[in-house]
Design a binder for this molecule. Sequence first.
Ligand SMILES: CC(C)(COP(=O)(O)OP(=O)(O)OC[C@H]1O[C@@H](n2cnc3c(N)ncnc32)[C@H](O)[C@@H]1OP(=O)(O)O)[C@@H](O)C(=O)NCCC(=O)NCCS
Length: 333
Amino acid sequence: MSQYRSRILGMGAYVPSNVVTNHDLAAMMETSHDWIVERTGIEERRWVLPGEGGAEMATHASKQALERAGLTAKDIDLIIYATLSPDNGFPGTAVFVQRMLGISEIPCLDIRQQCTGFVYGLSIADAFIRTGQYKNVLLIGSEVHSTGLDKTTRGRDVTVLFGDGAGAAVIGRAVDDKQMILSTHLHADGADAEMLWLEYPASREHPRITEEAMAAGKHYPSMNGKRVFKHAVSKLPAVLMEAMVTNNVQLKDIDMLIPHQANLRINQMVAQMIGMPPEKTHNNIQKYGNTTAASIPICMNEAIELGKIKRGDLVAIIAFGAGLTWGSCLVRY
Ligand SMILES: CC(C)(COP(=O)(O)OP(=O)(O)OC[C@H]1O[C@@H](n2cnc3c(N)ncnc32)[C@H](O)[C@@H]1OP(=O)(O)O)[C@@H](O)C(=O)NCCC(=O)NCCS
């Protein structure tokens, strides 16, 4: 049996320079800054400009994470790329990042767990390192939502929520228990797969998309917002509890909570339900909206840059999203 454990060596993030405010959205559809802020906490988000995709954003974030890890791209043994918005139908986007990083041969794995993608990716990276198969894993969450949103009033309940961006972490071997991924906890429930989904184009359909489906807007994401909200506020506290019980950790032992950035109201409600003081949780959805698989690394990276997370701190990560999927991770950063 291998005795290896894993730790986060370095993190990085990148968001496009193009800021889209709530007022900009109000010029495209019937919505308002006040409605969006009141319901979600979001004030602005970033949208890519032509010429920039998920792989480019991921490469920027990865270079920063590698530099902070004190490594170069040649030290990476595996790339995991979490996204719900791959740059193309196939191949997966990780191979494009590999190419942009100037490396080759190493395996590239794209994963599809939406907003829980980064937590699933942490679990996969941790498992590969524990077995001794790989030493350094580059884990990326990267999303381009803006090119696939319904920018009319019909899509306003979904479109105002999402933004583009990328985050990355280099996961390597732990040297002691002062910096270590303690455990990961993953869940899914396909019973509610259609509660939040992008139905078309669909390879199970003949043809994959029709004019009728497009006219009905079925090539845009759709969501039952109220049910997703309820799912989040019940599953997030439960999956955090699961991590705490596994590691015999109490709430007071956790230095910082990094929740997936889907809705500030969800995160405030969850923090209140579990009794986590506001200063021990970090949110930045106000600036970036929901960047799905990228939201956890963008948020955690910012908390590190702000000095809210220091080396050795106990960090709890919780996420939920389409699938439905949800999960948690306890990290001694
Ligand atoms: C999407 C969400 C903000 C909507 O808030 P809500 O309080 O549930 O609002 P409702 O969907 O009930 O809509 C209330 C009204 O606002 C309207 N509305 C919806 N989106 C709007 C927008 N962007 N601007 C203005 N009005 C809007 C609705 O049409 C509805 O109007 P009606 O009462 O005339 O029918 C909320 O449900 C939510 O955040 N859910 C979780 C979503 C999530 O986290 N998704 C990602 C998961 S990873």
